[in-house]
Design a protein around this ligand. Structure first.
Ligand code: HEC
Length: 155
């Protein structure tokens, strides 16, 4: 049912856009550039309107933020952080492998909370001398998604 609305607004936007171009607007080039980068984001259902210059920049940021928190999995969040420089799925590097961690902890809410705050605050002493640095900029939600993914690797 969305298709009608989407194609309708696409037509309107197209019309506005070609009108702007026809009017000899030279300023539209810059805004086009910054908006095309948005399309590169790994979103599942990118609405066709995101590449149109009608959307304000701050609306655009909201759009990107919402999309990414909606679609990024724990695994992708790990890929976007520094975790993989110390952890591999199957082999111990600086930190324990994700498989080892998954074998150690049941995916209970208590364990997920505990490990998520360990990721955020850092720490040492459970697996050895090496310490995990804090990840203070991670939200609790992101840290929990990461931990859930790690614990889901248990076989
Ligand atoms: C600089 C290396 C390093 C980085 C980067 C790192 N870790 Fe760790 N991690 C460690 C070490 C070392 C340990 C073992 C700490 C211990 O023995 O208490 C560990 C332990 C863990 C544990 C188990 C904690 C426990 O108490 O059993 C989890 C879960 C974990 N890391 C997840 C992550 C996630 C998620 C990230 C990315 C946001 C990450 N780590 C980034 C080094 C790192």
């Amino acid at each position: 049912m969305n298709i009608k609305i989407v194609s309708k607004s696409a037509i309107i936007l197209l019309a506005v856009f070609s009108f702007a171009c026809g009017g000899g607007e030279t300023t539209s080039e810059n805004s086009n550039k910054s908006e095309t980068t948005v399309v590169v984001k790994p979103v599942e259902e990118a609405p066709p309107v995101v590449s149109e210059p009608i959307i304000e920049e701050d609306q655009m940021e909201d759009l990107i933020d919402n999309k990414s928190s909606l679609t990024l999995s724990g695994e992708e969040k790990i890929g976007n952080s520094d975790c993989l420089s110390c952890h591999l799925v199957e082999r111990k590097v600086v930190g324990p492998s994700f498989m080892e961690i998954a074998a150690e902890y049941k995916p209970s809410e208590e364990n997920i909370n505990k490990l998520a705050s360990k990721v955020i605050n850092g720490g040492a002493g459970v697996w050895g001398e090496a310490a995990m640095p804090p990840h203070a900029t991670l939200s609790e939600e992101d840290a929990k998604d990461m931990v859930k993914y790690i614990l889901s690797l248990y076989k």
